[in-house]
Write a protein that binds this ligand. Structure first.
Ligand code: FMN
Length: 212
């Protein structure tokens, strides 16, 4: 059997949005298809180990933002290369809410899906769902093969830049105003600020700041 033959099955690329314990969750998926048109139903294959899988099981509902061809590669990296267990992915992208579930601000279209049944496969859960709402967005849908060909490298680069930025801001020392609690997080190292610099919140002098 030539398993590479399966590479020729085509998919789109999507961001699923759900909620877990009152917080936003979600991830990038390609294994999502329309199963019937009347009534409109879809099937999502979700990795059992992922946080999004748990969120969908808890909420019984999720959104699907259909990524457009001009999607920022960081969006794919943000939702596909890291887990919501360690970061709030939705806080990193422009988004809005539909019935309390998050969707991307910029998508080719949006769906809201309600789980009617599910079946555990070896590594994934197949969620069988009704489409309970749908909206048009802007642009044409991105094809998974085009992501593989043209967008995987930019997505990996965007993610590298993002994680490096996170690491350097985590390393940066924090200075806190002992008067009002303001935390200095400017680009200029705190020691290099002029002596007459004052707290932007309460105008306390530089000497009122303590290193965290
Ligand atoms: C291009 C791409 C396609 C993906 N397709 C799927 C998919 O169809 N189903 C799935 O469950 N995960 C898929 N993933 C993996 C999840 O997005 C990834 O494991 C994510 O980190 C899970 O995050 P979570 O733990 O916050 O749910 C895909 C990732 C990428 C980058």
């Amino acid at each position: 059997m030539d398993l590479k033959a399966l590479y020729k099955i085509s998919y789109g690329l999507y961001v699923v949005g759900s909620r877990l314990d009152g917080k936003d969750a979600g991830c990038a998926v390609d294994a999502f298809i329309q199963s019937t048109s009347s009534p409109p139903t879809v099937i999502l294959c979700s990795i059992q180990a992922n946080q999004t899988n748990k969120a969908i099981k808890q909420t019984g509902e999720f959104t699907v933002s259909i990524l457009p061809t001009d999607v920022d590669p960081f969006v794919i990296a943000n939702f596909g290369y890291q887990s919501g267990r360690s970061t709030d992915k939705w806080a990193n992208v422009a988004h809005k809410r539909v019935n309390d579930l998050p969707v991307l601000e910029k998508a080719a279209a949006f769906l809201r899906c309600k789980v009617t049944d599910y079946k555990e496969l070896s590594t994934h859960t197949a969620f069988f769902c009704d489409v309970v709402d749908a909206w048009q967005g802007e642009g044409e849908p991105l094809i998974y093969g085009d992501y593989q060909k043209n967008m995987k490298t930019p997505a990996q680069e965007a993610f590298k830049k993002f994680t490096e930025g996170q690491a350097s801001s985590a390393q940066q020392e924090k200075w806190i105003c002992t008067v009002c609690g303001y935390v200095y997080d400017g680009e200029i190292p705190f020691e290099d600020l002029p002596d007459d610099w004052r707290c932007p919140l309460c105008a306390a002098p530089k000497s009122a700041f303590k290193k965290q």
